[in-house]
Ligand binder design. Structure first.
Ligand SMILES: [Zn+2]
Length: 117
């Protein structure tokens, strides 16, 4: 697995009274074909290209079938979820983002994430 750069917007969500839970949201554009996911065990971020013919027959869960998380070495088939729909909060619990709308007020940044290929 190799790292790739993607542009993301940075947002902060409130979870159980804690307001500084940072999430990244893909900004679209040239990254529209990429689906962002994360390891629910450690929070490591991944993308895979939904247009890759290799994945045509796979669901998102199946993509993790043959892959271990490079950060915590867990098998991703048991620990991968769509991100930021499921994300780790600052205190390590899992939470869910209802909306992944990128408003113009959000700052964007290039980040390095693992690309599952
Ligand atoms: Zn992990």
């Amino acid at each position: 697995m190799e790292k790739t750069k993607v542009r993301v917007a940075i947002d902060y969500l409130e979870v159980n009274g804690v307001f500084n839970n940072q999430i990244y949201i893909m900004t679209g554009g040239v990254w529209t074909n990429l689906c962002m996911m994360s390891c629910t065990n450690c929070g490591e971020l991944f993308v895979f290209n939904m247009q890759n013919p290799k994945y045509a027959e796979f669901s998102i869960k199946k993509v993790g079938d043959r892959v271990k998380c490079p950060n915590c070495n867990i098998e991703l088939k048991d620990s991968i979820e769509k991100y930021p729909q499921t994300f780790r909060t600052t205190n390590g619990t899992l939470a869910h983002a209802d909306s992944t709308y990128v408003s113009d007020e959000l700052k964007t940044e290039m980040i390095d994430v693992w690309e599952i290929i």
